[in-house]
Design a protein around this ligand. Structure first.
Ligand code: GDP
Ligand code: GDP
Length: 450
């Protein structure tokens, strides 16, 4: 499980500036899906080698606003609850403002590990105002200037990295399963994710052929079960409905809240994700939240099937239009499989098991050896050479398989750091096609040879 760090604070204290600095430290190979940039509030960060974490930027508490219980406010509280570490950002120039005590109360209430980040120290002398912050009682008070890049490295090296290292020590290493038979006997854990009312519960009910999970078109109805074991054609599966808990909550709070972090956690824990999209509702666009989820699943390196549900509600020409929209909108999500169904009429639903099985067992049935990878790489280079840099051509020399789950290949060469995103994408596409890998994102890592 990746540690989750959240940036909290009033508006304008510099959270986004810090967010941008920290996320820029990540490795470059991230696909950006169109329409995503505006609300990219979650990002993977890499500090070193495999020290990954998820950083969440929150909209911030706007205490001047008369509407205290704004959506942003609620989202921030959720983000705080789910985080493993809170970075509470304050403005050194303004001292403590009343609103900040409110935030402090929340941090204490949730009993979360937290650091105080005193931002905007550029150009100000060691004034009393900074000492004022010490009275808030944080063990770690870190002075930085996000916009002037002061104290950032110190913050990362002295505070952030040790914390993350400590978090990683707590994680138990995954048991490696060596025997092919063993993998095949394990149940495949399938996550059903998607916005409320897209038909997740209906689909699960249809698949298990009984009404274990009660559905209705009134948002806020029912449900206890979130994890349903099922056997289909002699293979075991566990269906996990992420809406489960939130449906109950919806009833209680009368608000519709889906928690992105909770969804991430489910994706991480399961073997394959089904992202359910309501065809009728998203007939004219695919919402940013779904694009964000696809992007994150790719970064997790997890298998994905995009399920377009309620296909029965679209007539033939609408279906055709929708397919065009999907091809355009999801052109960067080429790794995933797209499948059209109606959970209500059961059209196409049982094929899901076969798809899941095929995708999940792709690597146990496939031989991907070094010589095959070498051949594919040579073909890719022959067709489209890497560019010249400073009069020298970027050279890709050899390649091997890094891991199968997540699926990762490692390419050794010269000047690979200058490879453009476009070229990396070209390579990725090429490998995907040549290896006939479907439904699984591929990770590529480049290493410099001497
Ligand atoms: P957010 O609302 O908390 O996300 O704040 P932003 O990151 O958007 O920053 C608000 C404003 O403060 C922007 O104009 C930033 O350029 C500025 N800012 C951020 N960090 C610093 C800093 O360290 N020093 C100074 N002087 N300005 C900063
Ligand atoms: P969830 O919140 O994602 O679990 O959604 P539900 O399974 O509760 O479904 C929400 C509503 O959509 C219910 O009224 C379902 O009957 C309806 N629904 C689900 N799947 C389909 C479908 O394939 N076609 C049609 N026409 N309606 C559906």
């Amino acid at each position: 499980m990746l540690p989750i760090i959240v940036l909290i604070g009033r508006t304008n204290v510099g959270k986004s500036t810090l967010f941008n600095i920290l996320t820029k430290k990540r490795n470059a190979l991230v696909s950006s899906l169109s329409g995503l940039t505006r609300d990219r509030n979650y990002e993977f960060c890499y500090l070193e080698k495999n020290k990954k974490f998820i950083l969440t930027d929150t909209a911030g508490f706007d205490f001047e606003s008369k509407i205290i219980k704004t959506q942003a406010h609620k989202q921030t509280l959720i983000a705080m609850k789910e985080a493993d570490l809170i970075l509470f950002v304050v403005n050194a120039r303004e001292g403590i403002l009343p609103g900040e005590y409110e935030i402090l109360k929340k941090i204490r209430k949730y009993q979360k590990e937290s650091f105080l980040i005193i931002n905007k120290i550029d150009g100000i002398k060691e004034v009393e105002k900074i000492h004022e912050f010490y009275s808030l009682g944080f063990k770690k008070n870190i002075k930085i200037s996000a916009s002037h890049n002061q104290g950032i490295n110190h913050f990362i090296n002295k505070y952030l990295t040790p914390w993350i290292e400590f978090e990683f020590k707590k994680i138990k290493p995954k048991k490696t399963i060596e025997k092919k038979e063993k993998i095949e006997n394990l149940p495949i854990k399938i996550a059903f994710i998607g916005k409320p009312n897209v038909g997740k519960s209906t689909l699960i009910n249809s698949l298990i052929m009984q009404n274990r999970i009660i559905t209705s078109n009134i948002p806020g109805t029912t449900l206890d079960t979130i994890s349903v074991p099922i056997k289909y054609h002699n293979k075991n599966y566990i269906l996990i409905d992420t809406a489960g808990a939130s449906k109950k909550k919806r009833k209680k709070n009368k608000i519709e809240q889906i928690s992105i972090i909770k969804t991430f956690k489910t994706i991480e824990k399961t073997d394959i994700t089904l992202l359910i999209i309501d065809a009728k509702n998203e007939q004219n666009k695919i919402c940013n939240q779904n694009l964000l989820l696809i992007n994150m699943i790719e970064k997790f390196g997890k298998p994905l099937i995009i399920i377009i549900n309620k296909w029965d509600l679209l007539n033939f020409s609408e279906q055709k239009k929708f397919k065009e929209l999907i091809n355009y909108k999801l052109k960067n999500a080429f790794f995933s499989k797209i499948h059209f169904i109606s959970a209500l009429t059961k059209q196409g639903i049982f094929e899901i098991f076969q798809l899941v099985k095929n995708i999940y067992h792709q690597f146990t049935n496939k031989k991907i050896n070094t010589s095959k990878l070498m051949q594919i790489m040579k073909n890719a280079i022959k067709k489209h050479q890497p560019p010249m840099i400073n009069g020298r051509r970027i050279k890709l020399k050899y390649i091997h398989l890094g891991s199968t789950n997540p699926f990762k290949i490692i390419i050794h060469g010269n000047q690979t750091r200058y490879l453009s995103l476009a070229y990396k994408k070209y390579l990725k596409n090429f490998f995907h096609e040549a290896l006939k890998i479907n439904g699984i994102p591929m990770k590529m890592k480049f290493k410099e040879t001497k």
